[in-house]
Design a protein around this ligand. Structure first.
Ligand code: TYD
Length: 137
């Protein structure tokens, strides 16, 4: 089972130019999973939080492409909070990790690059069920 200490910040390539910077995420040798889906969360009221959940199989790269927010990671034993506030840093959230996204700055955009298509049955929405799931693994 994965733990929070394996969920690290990955520095994405940054191509600098007088007209701005460009970062790339693509399926390549350095990508730890095959990209199946990209979605993004926006228009989140400043200061607000988004409820927690875990995934059984899905892995993600989470990027603050604009603004900032905190992600609290929990593997059932340990917790850590990572502040995402740079568009060239991706937090790799591995499978089986409970996450809560907090403290969105107003106008923040949270982009998620995911290893699977959307699948409701891959979610664990209830924290007590998550703890049971981790114990049975
Ligand atoms: P969810 O993953 O629970 O986001 P958060 O925990 O940040 O609120 O998704 C919120 C809602 O959006 C939920 O009803 C499922 C739906 N959804 C889709 O329909 N397709 C998707 O690709 C995703 C990620 C969510």
């Amino acid at each position: 089972m994965e733990n929070i200490f394996n969920c690290n910040l990955v520095e994405l390539q940054k191509i600098k130019n007088r007209a701005g910077n460009l970062s790339v995420v693509e399926n390549s040798g350095s990508m730890p999973f095959d990209i199946k889906r990209v979605y993004y969360i926006y228009d989140v009221p400043g200061g607000s939080d988004r409820g927690g959940h875990a995934h059984k199989e899905l892995e993600q790269y989470v990027i603050a492409v604009s603004g900032a927010f905190d992600i609290q990671l929990d593997d059932g034993k340990n917790k850590k909070t990572v502040r995402l506030d740079r568009p060239y840093l991706a937090l790799h959230i591995k499978k089986g990790i409970w996450r809560e996204t907090r403290n969105f700055t107003s106008g923040a955009i949270c982009m998620v690059i995911a290893s699977h298509k959307y699948d409701y049955s891959d979610y664990i929405h209830d924290y007590d069920n998550f703890i049971k799931y981790r114990k049975n693994e």
